[in-house]
Design a protein around this ligand. Structure first.
Ligand code: NDP
Length: 332
């Protein structure tokens, strides 16, 4: 069975490819350039000759995925812009590529009769209502939607809000497209909160580290900055396995799966890593005196667990990420 992975040189995309290969799928991956594809293989020699690379320079181009979906049984659409700083044009930089990229993937899939399901990487960003008091104690589930309007998404000067909106409108566009076109395949979205975990994808520098891991990197990069951020997290390896599980799970036609291990708090990350790596105390920031907020909203992950999803422990995720990021940083 052949699966197309869009954005295979991204943080999550590379792990999805590995998870697919481990479970016996063949993988075709879209990349913006062959240089990046070669760099992915240089970093992970065990992937040599295992991924068929195809170039899709810009997911925004009409019919971007037209020819690359040929003979695919499944599509994992992961490519989407994920940055929250230096956003000067919400529409051009975030909203349009997220929405158009998703529609292009679906328009391509409808031309290939073999496609059975398209799994789309959405996000908790499409689920949470971030205008609410974070201390609501609310447990979000698959039925919730971020209520932001398109007008607000265009106007906001907050890059995080604009990025979240791009995920809302991409997921909505996909679901509306399916309702309207009634294709021969169905879709499922995977909706993770902040994703941490070891990186196996190409990077130019630690400054180009993917957005979610940047928070953990700030805690361990020697800057001694303690951002005191609390939110929710999941390990990238579990997100990757969720994509593979979603490909043919009978309960997931049209489905939506929130994948989350639980809360993270950067003070807890500091404590766990200082305890595990006392010799690294010069580069790990100390916990601040901001307390953990036990009324913070959470994610109800019971649906994902009912499907058989297993999660890495919080400790394992932070330890494996830290070891990986310290190692990667030596290359730059
Ligand atoms: P990355 O930035 O590492 O990956 C994004 C991928 O999309 C890259 O492969 C990138 O290509 C590709 N891409 C972006 N814009 C374009 C474009 N215009 N044309 C072609 N390719 C493009 O981020 P992540 O791996 O973290 O994110 C992957 C997906 O997961 C996104 O949909 C994101 O919204 C979602 N997500 C991520 C979370 C996280 O915490 N990391 C949480 C929830 C959802 P290139 O490699 O060439 O830059």
């Amino acid at each position: 069975q052949l699966a197309l992975v869009t954005g295979v040189t991204g943080f999550i995309g590379a792990h999805v490819a590995v998870s697919l290969l481990n479970k016996g799928y063949r993988v075709r991956g879209t990349v913006r350039s062959m240089e990046k594809a070669n760099e992915l293989i240089r970093l992970n020699p065990e992937l040599k000759d295992k991924i068929e690379f195809v170039i899709v320079k810009d997911i925004m181009e009409p019919y971007a995925f037209k020819d690359v979906v040929k003979d695919c049984d499944y599509v994992c659409h992961i490519a989407s812009p994920f940055f929250v700083s230096n956003v000067t044009d919400n529409k051009a930089q975030l909203l349009d590529p997220a929405v158009q990229g998703t529609l292009s993937a679906l328009e391509a899939a409808i031309t290939e009769p073999k496609v059975k399901r398209v799994v789309i990487t959405s996000s908790f960003a499409a689920v949470g209502d971030f205008t609410k008091d974070p201390s609501s104690g609310y447990a979000y589930s698959e039925k919730d939607w971020n209520p932001i309007s398109y007008e607000e998404a265009l106007k906001t000067d907050n890059g995080i809000v604009a990025y979240c909106a791009s995920k809302v409108f991409a997921e909505k566009a996909a679901r509306e497209w399916v309702k309207e076109k009634q294709p021969h395949f169905d879709i499922c979205t995977i909706n993770p909160p902040y994703v941490y975990g070891p990186t196996i994808h190409p990077m130019n520098s630690m400054d180009s580290l993917n957005t979610s891991n940047q928070i953990l990197w700030t805690v361990i990069n020697g800057s001694k900055v303690q951002p005191s951020i609390q939110s929710l997290q999941v390990d990238v390896r579990d997100v990757a396995d969720a994509h593979v599980l979603a490909l043919d799970h009978p309960k997931l036609g049209g489905g939506r799966v929130l994948v989350s291990k639980g809360p993270f708090f950067t003070n807890t990350i500091s404590k766990i890593l200082l305890d595990k790596f006392p010799e690294k105390k010069d580069v790990i920031s100390e916990p601040s005196d901001v307390p953990f907020n036990d009324k913070h909203y959470t994610i109800d992950n019971s649906f994902s667990k009912s499907l058989g999803m297993k999660y890495h422990s919080e400790e394992q995720t932070y330890i494996d990420t830290a070891v990986n990021l310290w190692e990667r940083a030596k290359q730059f």
